[in-house]
Design a protein around this ligand. Structure first.
Ligand code: MG
Length: 218
């Protein structure tokens, strides 16, 4: 089982399921020509696709358009079902930065056919996470900046306050659909600026004050 590492702590969480949120920043929804949804748009990734900062993202042979999506990732600390906003906030144990790697060419084909996004989103190495900052050591204000650079050039940069649904609202909503458990991760959506990566690119992601990660594409 994969373990989530916690900054400045020996504590570890076993990775559970990975719930991802789409279209949670208005400008990103627009750049892909998508409508903003009334309720959060969610999909899943299996934990087996997850890799960590310093690992390598493997470009699948069946795509020519892999995109980076940098996201705030929320760590769930306890079993959570049908909770209110207050309980949802209390279910969050920590924060990290992550990459939701996406095969945009495949996703566009699937969207046209009305098919699920699985192939575009659930290939091996399609989810990357940093070490996590425990909430008891850090209070999230949403004024933090999230950014991603490719080979040292900034591609995505925005404030977490631009999220349409904040972390507690997302946890509240997801818990109305499926039980969340300790070690589950919620990828909270990406800001504008997504773009294609190439083999040998170096990706660096950061949320100021919280976490950093780096990964090479091979
Ligand atoms: Mg995403």
């Amino acid at each position: 089982m994969k373990k989530i590492k916690i900054q400045n702590s020996d504590k570890e969480y076993t990775v559970g399921k990975i719930v991802c949120v789409g279209r949670n920043y208005v400008e990103h929804a627009k750049e892909l020509g998508n409508e903003v949804t009334e309720k959060p748009l969610i999909f899943l990734k299996p934990s087996s696709v997850l890799i960590f900062s310093g690992d390598k993202i493997i470009y699948p042979s069946f795509s020519t358009e892999m995109h980076h999506e940098v996201e705030l990732v929320v760590l769930i600390g306890k079993k959570t079902k049908n909770v209110n906003l207050f309980e949802a906030e209390a279910a969050i144990s920590g924060y990290g930065v992550g990459l939701d790697m996406t095969l945009r060419d495949i996703q566009n084909q699937l969207k046209k056919k009305g098919h699920p996004w699985t192939i575009a989103k659930c290939f091996d190495t399609s989810a990357v996470i940093s070490d996590f900052m425990l909430k008891e050591n850090y209070m999230l204000t949403l004024s933090e900046e999230i950014s991603l650079s490719v080979n040292g050039v900034i591609k995505q940069k925005d404030q977490l306050s631009k999220m349409i649904f904040n972390p507690a609202q997302l946890v509240e909503y997801i818990s109305s659909i499926m039980t969340l458990e300790e070690g589950d991760l919620v990828f909270t959506g990406t800001p504008a600026g997504v773009s294609k990566v190439n083999r040998e690119d170096k990706l660096n992601a950061e949320i100021t004050g919280i976490a950093k990660l780096e990964c090479d594409v091979v």
